[in-house]
Design a protein. Structure first.
Lengths: 115, 111
């Protein structure tokens, strides 16, 4: 079965540089979520999109932005990178289920290392 | 807001024993709960879920118990196997259109 595809899987950047992560949801899933997971930490919700519109916002820094495109893929743009941005970034997708989130299907993650 | 916590950071069990991982949540409005398993370097994988109108749900070798009175959730794994070794997270949905994850419990299965 098709899963959530994230790219790149690994990314190394210098401080103050910019990075872009991509996420391709499972076909027919119209909702995308971004999570950040630091070393030994639980996943922290950043932002979500439903039908190309932002549906909820979590602890996403102002330096980060994201969007969902017409083909439902999403991109997370991170600027002015800081050492503390080093983390695993997960994308998840789900079909819209009304009020509740329902089960999220996670990708394998993109590991960002900021030097 | 919602905070979710787990009682033990690491749980070590013998192969074949049953494992119980606990989770507490704070928001009584939470109405959907999921347990995820995360292996090293991988994304969280769905194990089992439960809605607030239930207090118990069983899957294959796993059972989730929900006690809304004390806002407590547990995951029971029967006959724990080496392949069960991973970090387990409980996640809670309060209708924000996003899941809030608790701090993970690392399950170590000793052969």
């Amino acid at each position: 079965a098709a899963g959530v595809i994230q790219s790149p899987r690994h990314l190394i950047k210098e401080k103050r540089e910019t990075a872009t992560l991509k996420c391709y949801p499972i076909p027919r899933h119209d909702t995308v979520y971004w999570y950040q997971q630091g070393p030994g930490q639980d996943p922290q919700f950043l932002i979500s999109f439903y039908e190309k519109m932002q549906s909820d916002k979590g602890s996403i820094p102002d330096r980060f932005s994201a969007q969902q495109f017409s083909d439902y893929h999403s991109e997370l743009n991170m600027s002015s990178l800081e050492l503390g941005d080093s983390a695993l970034y997960f994308c998840a997708s789900s079909p819209w289920t009304g009020r509740n989130t329902g089960e999220l299907f996670f990708g394998e993650g993109s590991r960002l290392t900021v030097l | 807001g919602e905070s979710v916590g787990l009682h033990l950071p690491t749980l070590s069990v013998q192969e074949g024993d049953n494992s119980i991982i606990n989770c507490a949540y704070s928001n009584s409005a939470s109405d959907y709960f999921i347990w995820y398993k995360q292996e090293s370097g991988k994304g969280p994988q769905f194990i089992i879920d439960i809605r607030s109108n239930m207090d118990k749900r069983q899957g294959q070798r796993v059972t989730v118990l929900l006690n809304k009175t004390v806002k407590h959730l547990s995951l029971q794994i029967a006959a724990t196997q080496p392949g069960d070794s991973a970090v387990y997270f409980c996640a809670v949905d309060t209708g924000r259109r996003a899941l809030t994850f608790g701090s993970g419990t690392r399950l170590q299965v000793q052969p």
